[in-house]
Design a binder for this molecule. Structure first.
Ligand code: ATP
Ligand code: MG
Length: 572
């Protein structure tokens, strides 16, 4: 089996979009990328113009911009439709005195209205704040207070989670799917959409705020990351080079716009490249997801390790029921992608899965397994040409290859965070000796591939050995019984820390002493004795962020009986 993987990966073609990676690195100049935007000639900048309006101006108005679908219905919108509808919403906002720089939040399930609102907000130069629908009152209040939001677009069902009386800056609640406004501060989405569709756009500075996105809260209280219009330069290039989008692609990114992937990779990268986007509402459902791929003939699919592990945990028979032959390749980001999942992708889906690394603060892909470079399973790939990535020690000195250290990026790149909202001190903490320090621990191999070890705070020290949780988790999920794994260090008087593994089992397996011993020995034999967990706990589910990341800090707090901290982004 391992051979098949190795052989197949070696076969991965090297002649794709980037052509020659090394050459691209040498010749890369952001100034050249900027030539792809109208503003390089006109000086007039707005993300929405470049992502939507320009396609209409260039005669592609009738092309499908997106297909929205969920379990109950589907709708299609062309670039012309989106231009007109977002102008209507923008004119509606303007008529209520909302203007450039104001924060307007969106708190609702994925739907066409969500995307139209986002475009309308950014069109008038206001800052859009996407918020995942599952947030409860405290989390909603935190974000609306912190951002000083002037309006929120939401649905009647979510209304009760917005504590209006405690939000002094909030002037309007815009209701989607309601026929009646019960309070003077409530506006109907449909009323705002009665506004004229006369063309409107606010030309802004490249450095003007565009999106305020709160981080996932894996390691602590979420931070309000400000992304500016200039991010388009980077997001366009990630679409072209990392996701390898071509004009005729049908692209589907499963992320919700409440997380950075859902806007950056879910809206801007495809639309800046003029590509038709599938936007699916509703929750994860293995059958429906495969149906979506088949029905819309999706060619490029972007999802996250958590979803892939769930699909894999299901059954290998399921994908065989669907025609997935249109798929060219897959992308994965948000968490490390276990090599076992890459193997499963090749063997079961006949697909190459390209892991790429980034964070809310980077605004778009930083490291990636490019189409033109062989995939190294378990590696997050190489830096996007134009971006310098390095491994530094705690003093800010660069480390040679094969040394574990802090993953760091040389500022500034176009989609980089420009400030942490209301918290400039936190922003300053990212920087060390001219580097942006990510908080992740990694090393670079002799060929320039980067390998993720874990969050700096999650790295385990056992009997004097450093162990990255990701490596142990990846080995655990290679065992046929293990669906998901979360690994932490537990303080131990003799060894410093011992490794504890929390696991969920694949369907068909039940927990037993023998099974756990077998799993432990599996890690011992296939990874290292010191890296084999001494403690196990079998769970029904893992504590995860709503974006699907395993929350090791929560496992640790449970284990040690400590306070769990901010849980606003945790799944139920
Ligand atoms: P918070 O900053 O609030 O604690 P978070 O870091 O999970 O939450 P995000 O910005 O959504 O919030 O996630 C970025 C992090 O996700 C990265 O720092 C990294 O740890 C992890 N990550 C993202 N993509 C990858 C990848 N391809 N491989 C490994 N880790 C990844
Ligand atoms: Mg983070």
């Amino acid at each position: 089996m391992t051979n098949t993987l190795k052989e197949q990966i070696e076969m991965i073609d090297t002649a794709a979009n980037l052509g020659n990676y090394e050459k691209a690195v040498q010749e890369m100049d952001w100034k050249n990328v900027e030539q792809n935007f109208t503003w390089s000639k006109t000086g007039k900048v707005n993300m929405v113009y470049e992502a939507i309006d320009r396609h209409v101006d260039e005669g592609k108005g009738d092309k499908k911009a997106f297909i929205y679908c969920d379990s109950n219905h589907e709708e299609e919108y062309t670039f012309s439709d989106l231009k007109a509808l977002s102008c209507q919403f923008a004119n509606g906002l303007r008529s209520k005195g909302i203007e450039k720089g104001d924060r307007v939040f969106i708190f609702m399930p994925r739907s066409p209205e969500l995307y139209i609102s986002m475009l309308g907000i950014i069109r008038i130069g206001a800052i859009a704040g996407p918020m995942f629908e599952a947030f409860m009152e405290e989390a909603v209040k935190d974000r609306l207070l912190d951002s000083g939001a002037k309006a929120v677009v939401t649905t009647p069902a979510l209304l009760e989670r917005i504590p209006v009386n405690e939000l002094p800056d909030l002037q309007y609640i815009i209701l989607v799917g309601a026929d009646e406004a019960a309070e003077p501060y409530q506006l109907l989405f449909t009323d705002l959409m009665q506004s004229s569709d006369e063309y409107t756009i606010e030309w802004v500075d490249r450095e003007a705020g565009m999106l305020l996105i709160y981080t996932s809260g894996s390691t602590g209280k979420p931070k309000g990351v400000l992304q500016v219009h200039d991010a388009m330069v980077h997001q366009y290039l990630s679409g072209k080079w990392v996701y390898d989008l071509k004009e005729d692609d049908i692209y589907w990114c499963t992320a919700d716009p409440g997380w950075v992937t859902g806007t950056s990779a879910g809206m801007w990268s495809p639309w800046l490249n003029g590509v038709t986007n599938v936007l699916r509402g509703g929750r994860f459902d293995a059958n429906e997801w495969f149906e979506t791929l088949e029905k819309y003939k999706v060619t490029v699919w972007f999802s996250a390790p958590t979803a892939l592990r769930l699909l894999k945990g299901n059954t290998d028979e399921l994908p065989k029921k669907y025609d997935l032959s249109n798929l060219r390749h897959m992308l994965s980001a948000g968490e490390p992608l276990n090599p076992e999942v890459i193997r499963w992708g090749l063997e079961t889906l006949n697909l190459r899965i390209h892991d790429n690394w980034w964070m809310t603060e980077t605004g778009s892909a930083i490291c990636a397994n490019f189409r033109s470079n062989p995939i190294r399973p378990g590696s997050m790939g190489k830096p996007l040409p134009g971006i310098e990535v390095s491994i530094i020690d705690d003093e800010g000195n660069e480390l040679p290859p094969n040394h574990m250290g802090n993953l760091a990026i040389k500022p500034k790149w176009p989609a980089m965070v420009r400030t942490i909202w209301n918290n400039p001190e936190r922003y300053d903490q990212y920087f060390l000796k001219g580097w942006f320090v990510t908080g992740d621990s990694a090393y670079k191999d002799s060929d320039g591939y980067f390998w993720f070890e874990g969050r700096v705070d999650d790295v385990i020290n056992t009997s004097g050995e450093r162990v990255g949780p990701f490596e142990v988790e990846s080995k655990l999920v290679e065992h046929p019984a293990v669906a998901e794994a979360g690994v932490i260090g537990v303080p131990d008087p003799v060894r410093g820390e011992v490794i504890k593994a929390f696991i969920t089992l694949r369907s068909g397996y039940t927990a037993s002493e023998e099974l756990l011993l077998e799993i432990r020995n599996f890690v011992k034999t296939n990874l290292a004795a010191h890296a084999a967990p001494r403690l196990f706990e079998v769970r029904e589910t893992m504590p995860k962020t709503r974006s699907g990341k395993i929350m090791r800090r929560v496992l640790k707090a449970w284990e040690l009986g400590l306070p769990t901290g901010d849980l606003s982004t945790m799944e139920d």
